[in-house]
Write a protein that binds this ligand. Structure first.
Ligand SMILES: Nc1ncnc2c1ncn2[C@@H]1O[C@H](COP(=O)(O)OP(=O)(O)OP(=O)(O)O)[C@@H](O)[C@H]1O
Ligand SMILES: [Mg+2]
Length: 518
Protein backbone atom coordinates (compact mmCIF):
# COMPACT_ATOMS: atom_id res chain seq x y z
CA UNK A 1 0.00 0.00 0.00
CA UNK A 2 2.88 2.32 0.74
CA UNK A 3 5.46 1.00 -1.71
CA UNK A 4 3.44 1.23 -4.86
CA UNK A 5 4.83 4.61 -5.95
CA UNK A 6 8.35 3.11 -6.29
CA UNK A 7 9.98 6.23 -4.92
CA UNK A 8 12.43 5.16 -2.27
CA UNK A 9 12.91 8.56 -0.69
CA UNK A 10 9.16 8.98 -0.47
CA UNK A 11 9.03 5.46 0.89
CA UNK A 12 11.39 6.49 3.62
CA UNK A 13 9.35 9.53 4.32
CA UNK A 14 6.06 7.70 4.40
CA UNK A 15 7.54 5.01 6.64
CA UNK A 16 8.54 7.73 9.07
CA UNK A 17 5.07 9.16 8.77
CA UNK A 18 3.71 5.74 9.44
CA UNK A 19 5.53 5.55 12.72
CA UNK A 20 4.84 9.12 13.74
CA UNK A 21 1.18 9.39 12.81
CA UNK A 22 -1.81 7.75 14.38
CA UNK A 23 -3.54 5.06 12.22
CA UNK A 24 -6.60 7.17 11.67
CA UNK A 25 -4.43 10.07 10.47
CA UNK A 26 -2.78 7.75 7.89
CA UNK A 27 -6.18 6.67 6.60
CA UNK A 28 -7.22 10.31 6.25
CA UNK A 29 -4.08 11.43 4.44
CA UNK A 30 -4.62 12.52 0.79
CA UNK A 31 -1.35 10.74 -0.18
CA UNK A 32 -2.78 7.29 0.36
CA UNK A 33 -5.46 5.63 -1.76
CA UNK A 34 -8.64 4.47 -0.09
CA UNK A 35 -8.70 0.97 1.50
CA UNK A 36 -9.83 -1.73 -1.02
CA UNK A 37 -13.15 -3.43 -0.37
CA UNK A 38 -13.41 -7.29 -0.23
CA UNK A 39 -15.28 -7.41 -3.57
CA UNK A 40 -12.62 -5.29 -5.37
CA UNK A 41 -9.90 -7.58 -3.98
CA UNK A 42 -11.79 -10.66 -5.20
CA UNK A 43 -12.15 -9.33 -8.75
CA UNK A 44 -8.45 -8.32 -8.83
CA UNK A 45 -7.51 -11.84 -7.79
CA UNK A 46 -9.74 -13.38 -10.50
CA UNK A 47 -8.19 -11.14 -13.18
CA UNK A 48 -4.68 -12.02 -12.04
CA UNK A 49 -5.30 -15.81 -12.07
CA UNK A 50 -6.89 -15.65 -15.57
CA UNK A 51 -3.87 -13.71 -16.87
CA UNK A 52 -1.44 -16.24 -15.35
CA UNK A 53 -3.30 -19.20 -16.90
CA UNK A 54 -3.35 -17.44 -20.29
CA UNK A 55 0.35 -16.61 -20.04
CA UNK A 56 1.28 -20.22 -19.14
CA UNK A 57 -0.73 -21.63 -22.06
CA UNK A 58 1.06 -19.32 -24.56
CA UNK A 59 4.43 -19.93 -22.87
CA UNK A 60 4.03 -23.76 -22.98
CA UNK A 61 2.79 -23.71 -26.56
CA UNK A 62 5.46 -21.52 -28.16
CA UNK A 63 8.62 -22.40 -26.21
CA UNK A 64 10.26 -25.86 -26.25
CA UNK A 65 10.74 -27.41 -22.77
CA UNK A 66 14.55 -26.82 -22.68
CA UNK A 67 14.22 -23.15 -23.54
CA UNK A 68 11.37 -22.86 -21.03
CA UNK A 69 13.57 -24.27 -18.29
CA UNK A 70 16.41 -21.92 -19.25
CA UNK A 71 14.13 -18.86 -19.22
CA UNK A 72 12.62 -19.78 -15.86
CA UNK A 73 16.10 -20.23 -14.36
CA UNK A 74 17.26 -16.88 -15.78
CA UNK A 75 14.21 -15.08 -14.40
CA UNK A 76 14.65 -16.74 -11.03
CA UNK A 77 18.31 -15.72 -10.91
CA UNK A 78 17.50 -12.16 -11.88
CA UNK A 79 14.78 -11.76 -9.29
CA UNK A 80 16.66 -13.50 -6.51
CA UNK A 81 16.56 -11.10 -3.57
CA UNK A 82 19.98 -9.58 -2.95
CA UNK A 83 21.14 -10.01 0.66
CA UNK A 84 22.86 -7.19 2.52
CA UNK A 85 24.62 -9.80 4.67
CA UNK A 86 27.85 -11.61 3.99
CA UNK A 87 28.52 -15.04 5.45
CA UNK A 88 32.06 -16.28 5.93
CA UNK A 89 32.49 -20.02 6.24
CA UNK A 90 35.36 -21.56 8.18
CA UNK A 91 35.58 -25.24 7.35
CA UNK A 92 37.24 -27.58 9.82
CA UNK A 93 39.58 -29.05 7.22
CA UNK A 94 41.54 -27.38 4.46
CA UNK A 95 42.02 -30.39 2.19
CA UNK A 96 43.91 -32.95 4.23
CA UNK A 97 45.17 -30.53 6.86
CA UNK A 98 43.37 -28.64 9.60
CA UNK A 99 42.14 -25.10 9.10
CA UNK A 100 43.86 -22.72 11.50
CA UNK A 101 41.07 -20.14 11.28
CA UNK A 102 38.47 -22.77 12.20
CA UNK A 103 40.49 -23.70 15.29
CA UNK A 104 40.91 -20.04 16.18
CA UNK A 105 37.19 -19.34 15.71
CA UNK A 106 36.20 -22.40 17.76
CA UNK A 107 38.51 -21.39 20.61
CA UNK A 108 37.27 -17.80 20.40
CA UNK A 109 33.65 -18.94 20.65
CA UNK A 110 34.50 -20.90 23.79
CA UNK A 111 35.70 -17.70 25.44
CA UNK A 112 32.35 -16.05 24.70
CA UNK A 113 29.99 -18.70 26.07
CA UNK A 114 27.41 -16.87 28.14
CA UNK A 115 24.56 -17.99 30.43
CA UNK A 116 22.01 -17.62 27.59
CA UNK A 117 23.48 -20.50 25.57
CA UNK A 118 21.09 -23.48 25.55
CA UNK A 119 23.42 -26.29 24.46
CA UNK A 120 27.12 -26.96 24.93
CA UNK A 121 29.46 -29.74 23.83
CA UNK A 122 31.66 -31.31 26.51
CA UNK A 123 34.88 -33.14 25.56
CA UNK A 124 37.95 -34.51 27.31
CA UNK A 125 40.57 -37.03 26.29
CA UNK A 126 42.20 -39.40 28.78
CA UNK A 127 45.40 -37.37 29.13
CA UNK A 128 43.73 -34.05 29.69
CA UNK A 129 43.19 -32.79 33.22
CA UNK A 130 40.11 -30.68 32.64
CA UNK A 131 36.95 -31.08 30.63
CA UNK A 132 36.59 -28.75 27.66
CA UNK A 133 33.37 -26.84 27.17
CA UNK A 134 32.60 -26.06 23.55
CA UNK A 135 29.93 -24.37 21.58
CA UNK A 136 27.20 -26.76 20.35
CA UNK A 137 25.98 -27.10 16.78
CA UNK A 138 23.27 -24.76 15.53
CA UNK A 139 23.73 -22.41 18.47
CA UNK A 140 24.10 -18.77 17.50
CA UNK A 141 26.26 -16.31 19.32
CA UNK A 142 26.23 -12.54 18.90
CA UNK A 143 29.40 -10.50 19.00
CA UNK A 144 30.20 -6.92 18.23
CA UNK A 145 33.36 -5.30 16.95
CA UNK A 146 33.75 -1.50 16.74
CA UNK A 147 29.97 -1.23 16.70
CA UNK A 148 29.55 -3.88 13.94
CA UNK A 149 27.15 -6.69 14.87
CA UNK A 150 28.34 -10.19 14.07
CA UNK A 151 26.59 -13.54 14.34
CA UNK A 152 28.61 -16.71 14.83
CA UNK A 153 27.10 -20.13 14.24
CA UNK A 154 28.56 -23.61 14.61
CA UNK A 155 27.26 -26.04 11.99
CA UNK A 156 27.70 -29.79 11.79
CA UNK A 157 26.43 -31.65 8.73
CA UNK A 158 25.71 -35.30 9.38
CA UNK A 159 26.94 -37.82 6.77
CA UNK A 160 24.61 -37.71 3.80
CA UNK A 161 23.81 -40.29 1.21
CA UNK A 162 25.27 -39.48 -2.19
CA UNK A 163 22.83 -39.30 -5.11
CA UNK A 164 22.26 -42.49 -7.03
CA UNK A 165 21.41 -45.04 -4.32
CA UNK A 166 18.22 -45.96 -2.49
CA UNK A 167 17.36 -48.04 0.55
CA UNK A 168 18.14 -47.72 4.23
CA UNK A 169 21.09 -45.89 5.69
CA UNK A 170 23.89 -48.10 6.83
CA UNK A 171 26.48 -46.18 8.79
CA UNK A 172 28.14 -49.30 10.17
CA UNK A 173 30.09 -49.97 7.00
CA UNK A 174 32.47 -47.02 7.26
CA UNK A 175 30.05 -44.66 5.57
CA UNK A 176 29.60 -47.03 2.62
CA UNK A 177 26.47 -48.93 1.98
CA UNK A 178 26.61 -52.59 1.15
CA UNK A 179 24.65 -51.90 -2.03
CA UNK A 180 27.57 -49.77 -3.28
CA UNK A 181 26.29 -46.22 -2.77
CA UNK A 182 28.27 -44.03 -0.39
CA UNK A 183 27.90 -41.23 2.14
CA UNK A 184 29.57 -37.86 2.27
CA UNK A 185 31.69 -37.59 5.43
CA UNK A 186 30.49 -35.49 8.34
CA UNK A 187 31.49 -31.85 7.89
CA UNK A 188 31.86 -29.19 10.50
CA UNK A 189 32.13 -25.52 9.88
CA UNK A 190 31.63 -22.21 11.57
CA UNK A 191 29.70 -19.37 9.99
CA UNK A 192 30.23 -15.68 10.61
CA UNK A 193 27.51 -13.36 9.34
CA UNK A 194 27.68 -9.55 9.20
CA UNK A 195 26.79 -6.58 7.05
CA UNK A 196 28.51 -6.81 3.65
CA UNK A 197 29.88 -3.31 3.79
CA UNK A 198 32.19 -4.28 6.68
CA UNK A 199 33.87 -7.08 4.75
CA UNK A 200 37.34 -5.47 4.71
CA UNK A 201 37.46 -4.52 8.35
CA UNK A 202 36.20 -7.93 9.47
CA UNK A 203 38.67 -9.86 7.32
CA UNK A 204 41.67 -7.60 7.86
CA UNK A 205 41.23 -6.51 11.46
CA UNK A 206 38.66 -8.58 13.35
CA UNK A 207 39.72 -12.05 12.17
CA UNK A 208 43.47 -11.46 12.77
CA UNK A 209 42.56 -10.36 16.31
CA UNK A 210 40.61 -13.63 16.78
CA UNK A 211 43.66 -15.57 15.57
CA UNK A 212 46.00 -13.64 17.89
CA UNK A 213 43.75 -14.37 20.84
CA UNK A 214 43.76 -18.07 19.90
CA UNK A 215 47.57 -18.06 19.70
CA UNK A 216 47.73 -16.50 23.15
CA UNK A 217 45.39 -19.15 24.59
CA UNK A 218 47.36 -21.93 22.90
CA UNK A 219 50.62 -20.67 24.38
CA UNK A 220 49.07 -20.61 27.84
CA UNK A 221 47.92 -24.21 27.75
CA UNK A 222 50.42 -25.61 25.26
CA UNK A 223 51.61 -29.14 25.97
CA UNK A 224 55.28 -29.30 25.04
CA UNK A 225 56.06 -32.17 22.68
CA UNK A 226 59.23 -34.04 21.96
CA UNK A 227 59.74 -35.16 18.36
CA UNK A 228 62.12 -37.84 17.31
CA UNK A 229 63.61 -36.71 14.01
CA UNK A 230 64.33 -39.62 11.76
CA UNK A 231 65.57 -39.82 8.24
CA UNK A 232 63.10 -40.46 5.45
CA UNK A 233 65.48 -43.25 4.45
CA UNK A 234 64.72 -44.95 7.80
CA UNK A 235 61.48 -46.49 6.58
CA UNK A 236 58.13 -45.59 5.13
CA UNK A 237 55.76 -43.43 7.10
CA UNK A 238 57.46 -43.29 10.45
CA UNK A 239 59.78 -40.39 9.79
CA UNK A 240 58.66 -38.35 12.76
CA UNK A 241 57.36 -39.56 16.08
CA UNK A 242 56.19 -37.20 18.75
CA UNK A 243 55.01 -37.61 22.32
CA UNK A 244 54.09 -35.12 24.98
CA UNK A 245 57.10 -34.08 26.99
CA UNK A 246 56.05 -35.28 30.41
CA UNK A 247 59.38 -34.25 31.91
CA UNK A 248 58.60 -32.44 35.17
CA UNK A 249 61.86 -30.49 35.14
CA UNK A 250 61.50 -26.74 35.52
CA UNK A 251 63.93 -24.04 36.55
CA UNK A 252 62.46 -24.30 40.06
CA UNK A 253 63.28 -27.99 40.38
CA UNK A 254 66.71 -27.74 38.76
CA UNK A 255 69.61 -27.97 41.20
CA UNK A 256 72.18 -25.52 39.97
CA UNK A 257 73.96 -22.36 40.95
CA UNK A 258 71.25 -19.66 41.38
CA UNK A 259 73.31 -17.04 39.51
CA UNK A 260 73.83 -19.37 36.60
CA UNK A 261 70.14 -20.25 36.55
CA UNK A 262 69.22 -16.56 36.47
CA UNK A 263 71.74 -15.88 33.70
CA UNK A 264 70.13 -18.61 31.55
CA UNK A 265 66.56 -17.41 32.20
CA UNK A 266 67.58 -13.80 31.42
CA UNK A 267 69.24 -14.94 28.22
CA UNK A 268 66.11 -16.82 27.11
CA UNK A 269 63.88 -13.84 27.94
CA UNK A 270 66.12 -11.49 25.99
CA UNK A 271 66.14 -13.87 23.05
CA UNK A 272 62.34 -13.96 22.93
CA UNK A 273 62.10 -10.16 22.97
CA UNK A 274 64.53 -9.61 20.15
CA UNK A 275 62.60 -10.38 16.97
CA UNK A 276 63.22 -6.91 15.55
CA UNK A 277 66.83 -6.87 16.62
CA UNK A 278 67.65 -10.07 14.74
CA UNK A 279 65.86 -8.71 11.69
CA UNK A 280 67.80 -5.47 11.90
CA UNK A 281 71.23 -7.09 12.07
CA UNK A 282 70.28 -9.63 9.39
CA UNK A 283 70.80 -12.72 11.53
CA UNK A 284 68.60 -15.79 11.82
CA UNK A 285 66.51 -15.49 14.99
CA UNK A 286 68.21 -18.33 16.77
CA UNK A 287 70.30 -19.03 19.85
CA UNK A 288 72.80 -21.82 20.41
CA UNK A 289 73.73 -23.40 23.75
CA UNK A 290 76.46 -25.90 24.49
CA UNK A 291 75.80 -27.87 27.69
CA UNK A 292 78.73 -29.80 29.00
CA UNK A 293 79.62 -31.64 32.16
CA UNK A 294 79.76 -35.12 33.71
CA UNK A 295 76.86 -37.58 33.37
CA UNK A 296 73.97 -37.08 35.79
CA UNK A 297 74.50 -33.38 36.37
CA UNK A 298 71.28 -32.24 34.70
CA UNK A 299 72.04 -31.43 31.05
CA UNK A 300 68.92 -33.21 29.77
CA UNK A 301 66.94 -31.86 32.71
CA UNK A 302 68.02 -28.32 31.78
CA UNK A 303 66.82 -28.85 28.20
CA UNK A 304 63.42 -29.99 29.51
CA UNK A 305 63.32 -27.00 31.89
CA UNK A 306 64.06 -24.64 28.98
CA UNK A 307 61.35 -26.25 26.83
CA UNK A 308 58.81 -26.07 29.67
CA UNK A 309 59.74 -22.46 30.36
CA UNK A 310 59.49 -21.33 26.73
CA UNK A 311 56.69 -23.75 25.77
CA UNK A 312 58.84 -24.77 22.78
CA UNK A 313 58.69 -28.27 21.30
CA UNK A 314 61.87 -30.31 21.33
CA UNK A 315 63.28 -32.00 18.21
CA UNK A 316 65.74 -34.73 19.04
CA UNK A 317 68.25 -35.21 16.23
CA UNK A 318 70.34 -38.37 16.33
CA UNK A 319 73.33 -37.71 14.13
CA UNK A 320 73.91 -41.40 13.54
CA UNK A 321 70.60 -41.48 11.66
CA UNK A 322 71.71 -38.84 9.20
CA UNK A 323 73.21 -40.14 5.98
CA UNK A 324 73.53 -37.20 3.67
CA UNK A 325 73.16 -33.45 3.32
CA UNK A 326 69.78 -33.90 1.70
CA UNK A 327 68.38 -36.14 4.43
CA UNK A 328 69.64 -33.68 7.07
CA UNK A 329 68.03 -30.85 5.13
CA UNK A 330 64.72 -32.77 5.01
CA UNK A 331 64.87 -33.33 8.76
CA UNK A 332 65.69 -29.73 9.64
CA UNK A 333 62.97 -28.41 7.34
CA UNK A 334 60.41 -30.56 9.17
CA UNK A 335 61.09 -28.76 12.46
CA UNK A 336 58.71 -25.96 13.35
CA UNK A 337 59.35 -22.44 14.55
CA UNK A 338 59.46 -21.84 18.33
CA UNK A 339 61.30 -25.08 18.90
CA UNK A 340 64.52 -26.49 20.34
CA UNK A 341 66.71 -28.69 18.19
CA UNK A 342 68.73 -30.97 20.46
CA UNK A 343 71.80 -32.94 19.50
CA UNK A 344 72.87 -34.91 22.57
CA UNK A 345 76.30 -36.40 23.29
CA UNK A 346 77.94 -34.90 20.23
CA UNK A 347 81.31 -36.37 21.15
CA UNK A 348 79.91 -39.93 21.02
CA UNK A 349 77.56 -39.68 18.07
CA UNK A 350 80.04 -38.50 15.46
CA UNK A 351 83.52 -39.10 14.25
CA UNK A 352 85.38 -35.86 14.65
CA UNK A 353 86.80 -34.42 11.44
CA UNK A 354 90.34 -33.53 10.69
CA UNK A 355 90.68 -29.87 11.45
CA UNK A 356 91.80 -28.67 8.04
CA UNK A 357 88.57 -26.87 7.36
CA UNK A 358 84.91 -27.30 6.60
CA UNK A 359 84.34 -29.59 3.65
CA UNK A 360 82.05 -28.38 0.85
CA UNK A 361 79.57 -31.06 1.85
CA UNK A 362 78.98 -31.74 5.53
CA UNK A 363 79.27 -35.42 4.77
CA UNK A 364 82.46 -36.68 3.26
CA UNK A 365 82.06 -39.84 1.26
CA UNK A 366 79.89 -41.67 3.78
CA UNK A 367 80.32 -45.41 3.61
CA UNK A 368 78.09 -46.67 6.37
CA UNK A 369 75.27 -45.33 8.49
CA UNK A 370 77.26 -45.70 11.67
CA UNK A 371 80.17 -43.77 10.30
CA UNK A 372 79.01 -40.35 9.25
CA UNK A 373 81.99 -38.04 9.11
CA UNK A 374 81.36 -34.36 9.23
CA UNK A 375 82.37 -31.28 11.06
CA UNK A 376 80.07 -29.94 13.74
CA UNK A 377 80.77 -26.37 12.76
CA UNK A 378 79.93 -27.31 9.17
CA UNK A 379 76.68 -28.75 10.49
CA UNK A 380 76.01 -25.53 12.36
CA UNK A 381 76.66 -23.46 9.22
CA UNK A 382 74.30 -25.69 7.29
CA UNK A 383 71.51 -25.34 9.88
CA UNK A 384 72.12 -21.56 10.11
CA UNK A 385 71.73 -21.34 6.34
CA UNK A 386 68.38 -23.14 6.43
CA UNK A 387 67.08 -21.19 9.38
CA UNK A 388 68.10 -17.81 8.01
CA UNK A 389 65.67 -18.32 5.15
CA UNK A 390 62.84 -20.15 6.90
CA UNK A 391 63.21 -20.28 10.66
CA UNK A 392 62.13 -18.07 13.53
CA UNK A 393 62.63 -18.40 17.28
CA UNK A 394 64.89 -21.42 17.01
CA UNK A 395 67.15 -22.77 19.69
CA UNK A 396 69.85 -25.33 19.10
CA UNK A 397 71.45 -27.22 21.99
CA UNK A 398 74.46 -29.50 21.87
CA UNK A 399 75.35 -31.60 24.90
CA UNK A 400 78.57 -33.37 25.66
CA UNK A 401 80.38 -35.00 28.57
CA UNK A 402 83.74 -34.09 27.02
CA UNK A 403 84.05 -30.53 25.89
CA UNK A 404 87.80 -30.95 25.51
CA UNK A 405 87.27 -33.48 22.72
CA UNK A 406 85.25 -31.10 20.55
CA UNK A 407 86.40 -29.49 17.37
CA UNK A 408 87.83 -26.08 18.42
CA UNK A 409 86.01 -24.55 15.44
CA UNK A 410 82.76 -25.24 17.30
CA UNK A 411 84.08 -23.68 20.51
CA UNK A 412 85.22 -20.53 18.76
CA UNK A 413 83.49 -17.36 20.01
CA UNK A 414 80.34 -16.73 18.04
CA UNK A 415 79.60 -20.37 17.17
CA UNK A 416 77.46 -21.30 20.17
CA UNK A 417 76.14 -18.28 22.03
CA UNK A 418 76.46 -19.70 25.52
CA UNK A 419 78.61 -22.47 27.00
CA UNK A 420 77.00 -23.83 30.17
CA UNK A 421 78.83 -26.11 32.53
CA UNK A 422 76.56 -28.51 34.40
CA UNK A 423 78.82 -29.58 37.20
CA UNK A 424 78.75 -31.58 40.42
CA UNK A 425 76.32 -30.73 43.17
CA UNK A 426 76.90 -27.63 45.26
CA UNK A 427 75.24 -26.98 48.63
CA UNK A 428 72.87 -24.47 46.97
CA UNK A 429 71.91 -27.19 44.49
CA UNK A 430 71.37 -29.62 47.36
CA UNK A 431 68.95 -27.19 49.03
CA UNK A 432 66.85 -27.23 45.84
CA UNK A 433 66.81 -31.04 45.87
CA UNK A 434 65.90 -31.09 49.60
CA UNK A 435 62.99 -28.73 48.91
CA UNK A 436 61.76 -30.83 45.95
CA UNK A 437 62.29 -34.32 47.29
CA UNK A 438 61.87 -33.86 51.06
CA UNK A 439 59.81 -30.71 51.26
CA UNK A 440 62.43 -29.14 53.54
CA UNK A 441 62.50 -25.45 52.75
CA UNK A 442 64.50 -24.20 55.70
CA UNK A 443 67.47 -25.40 57.68
CA UNK A 444 67.76 -28.93 59.03
CA UNK A 445 70.28 -30.06 61.73
CA UNK A 446 71.99 -32.47 59.34
CA UNK A 447 72.57 -29.77 56.69
CA UNK A 448 75.88 -28.50 58.17
CA UNK A 449 77.45 -31.94 57.88
CA UNK A 450 76.01 -32.43 54.38
CA UNK A 451 77.35 -29.02 53.30
CA UNK A 452 80.82 -29.91 54.56
CA UNK A 453 80.80 -33.22 52.71
CA UNK A 454 79.36 -31.82 49.46
CA UNK A 455 81.98 -29.06 49.43
CA UNK A 456 84.84 -31.52 49.35
CA UNK A 457 83.63 -34.37 47.13
CA UNK A 458 82.35 -34.82 43.60
CA UNK A 459 78.77 -36.01 43.74
CA UNK A 460 76.24 -35.57 40.99
CA UNK A 461 72.69 -34.29 41.52
CA UNK A 462 71.50 -37.60 40.02
CA UNK A 463 73.26 -39.61 42.75
CA UNK A 464 71.87 -37.47 45.56
CA UNK A 465 68.40 -37.47 44.00
CA UNK A 466 68.49 -41.26 44.01
CA UNK A 467 69.41 -41.31 47.72
CA UNK A 468 66.56 -38.95 48.51
CA UNK A 469 64.04 -41.32 46.96
CA UNK A 470 64.89 -44.39 48.97
CA UNK A 471 62.29 -44.11 51.74
CA UNK A 472 59.37 -42.07 53.01
CA UNK A 473 61.07 -41.28 56.29
CA UNK A 474 62.85 -37.92 55.95
CA UNK A 475 65.18 -38.41 58.92
CA UNK A 476 66.21 -41.88 57.78
CA UNK A 477 66.83 -40.58 54.29
CA UNK A 478 69.06 -37.71 55.44
CA UNK A 479 70.97 -40.16 57.66
CA UNK A 480 71.36 -42.48 54.67
CA UNK A 481 72.55 -39.58 52.51
CA UNK A 482 75.23 -38.59 55.07
CA UNK A 483 76.48 -42.21 55.16
CA UNK A 484 76.50 -42.30 51.33
CA UNK A 485 78.51 -39.07 51.14
CA UNK A 486 81.02 -40.31 53.75
CA UNK A 487 81.45 -43.57 51.82
CA UNK A 488 82.00 -41.55 48.66
CA UNK A 489 84.55 -39.32 50.43
CA UNK A 490 86.49 -42.35 51.60
CA UNK A 491 86.74 -43.69 48.09
CA UNK A 492 87.07 -40.29 46.41
CA UNK A 493 90.60 -38.90 46.27
CA UNK A 494 89.87 -35.99 43.97
CA UNK A 495 88.95 -32.71 45.56
CA UNK A 496 86.62 -30.23 43.85
CA UNK A 497 89.51 -28.16 42.54
CA UNK A 498 89.79 -28.53 38.82
CA UNK A 499 86.33 -30.02 38.38
CA UNK A 500 85.41 -27.26 35.99
CA UNK A 501 88.33 -28.07 33.74
CA UNK A 502 89.37 -24.44 33.48
CA UNK A 503 86.04 -23.20 32.06
CA UNK A 504 84.01 -20.46 33.63
CA UNK A 505 80.60 -21.61 34.83
CA UNK A 506 78.77 -19.51 32.27
CA UNK A 507 81.03 -18.55 29.44
CA UNK A 508 79.31 -16.29 26.99
CA UNK A 509 81.07 -16.25 23.66
CA UNK A 510 82.74 -12.88 23.13
CA UNK A 511 81.32 -12.43 19.64
CA UNK A 512 77.84 -12.89 21.04
CA UNK A 513 78.59 -10.03 23.40
CA UNK A 514 79.74 -7.89 20.49
CA UNK A 515 76.54 -8.68 18.62
CA UNK A 516 74.36 -7.69 21.54
CA UNK A 517 76.18 -4.36 21.80
CA UNK A 518 75.32 -3.34 18.23
N1 LIG B 1 70.81 -30.42 38.22
C1 LIG B 1 69.83 -31.27 38.53
N2 LIG B 1 68.73 -30.84 39.18
C2 LIG B 1 67.76 -31.69 39.51
N3 LIG B 1 67.77 -32.99 39.22
C3 LIG B 1 68.84 -33.48 38.57
C4 LIG B 1 69.91 -32.64 38.19
N4 LIG B 1 70.83 -33.38 37.56
C5 LIG B 1 70.36 -34.62 37.55
N5 LIG B 1 69.17 -34.69 38.15
C6 LIG B 1 68.37 -35.91 38.33
O1 LIG B 1 69.09 -36.96 37.72
C7 LIG B 1 68.42 -37.49 36.59
C8 LIG B 1 69.39 -37.61 35.42
O2 LIG B 1 69.81 -36.32 35.04
P1 LIG B 1 70.02 -35.87 33.53
O3 LIG B 1 69.55 -36.92 32.62
O4 LIG B 1 69.45 -34.52 33.36
O5 LIG B 1 71.59 -35.82 33.49
P2 LIG B 1 72.53 -35.57 32.23
O6 LIG B 1 73.51 -34.53 32.63
O7 LIG B 1 71.73 -35.30 31.03
O8 LIG B 1 73.26 -36.94 32.10
P3 LIG B 1 73.95 -37.60 30.81
O9 LIG B 1 75.21 -36.84 30.56
O10 LIG B 1 74.21 -39.00 31.21
O11 LIG B 1 72.98 -37.47 29.68
C9 LIG B 1 67.31 -36.50 36.30
O12 LIG B 1 66.16 -37.14 35.85
C10 LIG B 1 67.06 -35.84 37.63
O13 LIG B 1 66.16 -36.61 38.38
MG1 LIG C 1 71.45 -36.35 29.18
Amino acid sequence: MIVHNHDSSLFALTMTDLYLTKPDTIMASPFYPAMPTPSSLLSAYATLSTSIILFRTIFDQFFPPQLRRYLIEAIRLYWKPKSAKLTLIFEEKDGMTGNHVFDAAEAYLCTMINPDVDRLRITKNVKEKHIKIKFAESEELLDSFNGISLTWKYVRQKPQQRHGGGGDDDLFHGGKRSSGSSFTPETKYIELKFDKKYKDVIINVYLPSVIDKFQELENQKKVVKIHNLQSYDGGPGGYKESVNLDHPSTFDTLAMDPKMKKAIIDDLDLFLMRRDFYKKVGKAWKRGYLLYGPPGTGKSSLIAAMANYLKFDIYDLQLTNVRSDSSLKQMILRTSNRSILVIEDIDCSIQLPDRKGIPPSIFSDVKSVSDPQFSLSGLLNFIDGLWSCCGDERIIIFTTNHKERLDPALLRPGRMDMHILMSYLTFDGFKTLAANYLNIHNHHPSFSEIEELINCIKVTPAEVAEELMKSNDVEAMLEGLVKFLIRKKMGNDETKEGINGGYDEVHEATQAKVVSLI
